[in-house]
Design a protein around this ligand. Structure first.
Ligand code: AMP
Length: 110
């Protein structure tokens, strides 16, 4: 079981931002920006490659709600989903990083 599944089940605590029947958003434990939130589906989907269009559509709407909830929808933010080894994915459960709260740099992505 991945750490995110444990968070969904409530076995590991998280700092929750927003939740509905299908998705959960919580603060990343190792933030890379002043605001760094992870949005995940409650179903077990390994990564972006395995996500269907319906799920991606719904999680997109959820991410927009999260951005509004924390007040970065107007100032702007970045969404990242790491996929596989070269993408730097550590947790094999689909997640979108939502980063904001400052003007983000676009260098040193390696
Ligand atoms: P990735 O490298 O794209 O798989 O991202 C995994 C993210 O999960 C990293 O940014 C970690 O800091 C974050 N993370 C790992 N464990 C936890 C946790 N228990 N609570 C919140 N975030 C976590």
């Amino acid at each position: 079981m991945t750490i995110f599944e444990k968070i969904i089940k409530g076995e590991i605590p998280c700092k929750k931002v927003l939740e509905n029947d299908e998705f959960l958003a919580f603060y990343d434990i190792n933030p890379k920006a002043p605001i760094h939130i992870l949005a995940i589906p409650k179903t077990n989907v390994k990564d972006f490659n395995e996500a269907n269009a319906t799920l991606l559509g719904k999680i997109s709407d959820f991410i927009k709600e999260v951005a509004k909830e924390v007040g970065i929808n107007k100032s702007g933010y970045r969404i990242i989903s790491n996929i596989g080894k070269d993408g730097g994915q550590e947790v094999p459960h689909l997640h979108f990083h939502i980063l904001g709260g400052a003007k983000l740099k676009w260098e040193n992505l390696e």
